[in-house]
Design a protein around this ligand. Structure first.
Ligand SMILES: [Zn+2]
Ligand SMILES: [Zn+2]
Length: 337
């Protein structure tokens, strides 16, 4: 139950401070000793769970487990959660209407919706995903609080319910830690939990509707459909793309044996989460990409926070480990390979 350990270990994270000497530095994961690759290849045949040169000992629960097998027996029954299907349908209708209304919006409303979108995505990308799911860097209290608030703006819980409880459980068994993003929003990001529901109501729906309406006289309908429905529906859909499109379309330069791919369009929408083949090959890398600021606003954001002293201990893969991996398991599309 590696994933569970990772998951439950997370629930205490936002509220305690961690002190370390590696203040605003990045940690590079050490390279394999040259010449020992052949031996390691022999070893890999008998111990296939992970490549030890690629990871830190405490990171093993993040690793894709090739020995995993689906449970025997019929697959779980498909369950429709009608309340959520109806709410989702209404949200998307409102968002589509929002698309039509965009030209009639004030420029401030468009800017506000865009900034709100970026902050929501950072709540998921920099917060729930890179910080709390994979622990790719450490954050000080002010940044953690900011990311918790940003995460309530993004409100991802509906997708968790929508997918159905069994699917979430199955995903957990499947070591697919991305579902942890969704579960996180369900209550672990905010403690105590009773503040979470009012939190999302306020930050995801009420505030973005009231601000343009009250502050610069936008019409209520424009405010509701563009700043709230359209912005929120876009956040949901680009996040889903990471686990759909980025598992279907794109090259696999780092590991051709896994589904996730490098998808530039998803990276654009998700501000850096679409380098998905790299991310699954090296889940502990804080950039979630071989590159730093290339179509990756989230890495830029984390680096800015590090410059302010709010993020530290950013983990990176060493060049040698990277090249060894490309050579060993890449699909040949990497420009170095
Ligand atoms: Zn991930
Ligand atoms: Zn994935």
């Amino acid at each position: 139950m590696r994933t569970c350990r990772a998951f439950f270990g997370l629930s205490l994270l936002p509220l305690h401070m961690e002190m370390t000497s590696s203040y605003i530095t990045t940690t590079t994961i050490t390279a394999p000793l040259s010449g020992s690759l052949q031996n390691r290849w022999e070893k890999q045949k008998t111990v296939p769970l992970y490549w030890e040169e690629d990871i830190r000992p405490e990171m093993k629960e993040d690793i894709y487990d090739p020995s995993y097998q689906d449970e025997e027996g019929p697959p779980p029954k498909l369950e429709y959660v009608w309340r959520n299907i109806i709410l989702m349908a209404l949200l998307h209708l409102g968002a589509l209407y929002g698309v039509i209304l965009v030209p009639s919006c004030k420029i401030y409303t468009c800017l506000f919706a865009f900034v709100y979108y970026v902050i929501s995505i950072e709540g998921i990308g920099a917060g729930v995903h890179r910080l709390w799911s994979h622990r790719t860097y450490k954050a000080r209290l002010p940044l953690r609080l900011f990311l918790i608030v940003a995460n309530t703006m993004a409100f991802q819980v509906s997708s968790c319910h929508w997918g159905g409880k069994q699917e979430v459980e199955q995903a957990l068994q499947h070591n697919h830690y991305h579902i942890v993003w969704l579960l996180w929003s369900f209550g672990c990001a905010i403690s105590p939990r009773r503040y979470y529901k009012p939190g999302i109501l306020l930050m995801c729906f009420i505030l973005p509707t009231l601000v343009p309406w009250y502050c610069w006289g936008e019409t209520f309908l424009n405010s509701l459909c563009v700043s709230t429905f359209l912005r929120y529906a876009t956040v949901l859909n680009v996040t889903w793309l990471v686990n759909s499109a980025a598992h279907l379309y794109g090259y696999r330069p780092y590991d051709k044996n896994i589904d996730p791919r490098e998808n530039t369009l998803v990276s654009l929408g998700c501000l850096g989460e679409g380098f998905h083949n790299y991310h699954h090959a090296f889940p502990y890398d804080y950039s979630a990409s071989e590159y730093r600021w290339h179509i990756n606003f989230t890495t830029f954001f984390i680096d800015c926070m590090a410059a302010l002293g709010l993020a530290y201990d950013r983990k990176r893969v060493s060049k040698a480990a990277l090249l060894a991996r490309i050579k060993r398991t890449g699909d040949g599309s990497h420009k170095s390979g």
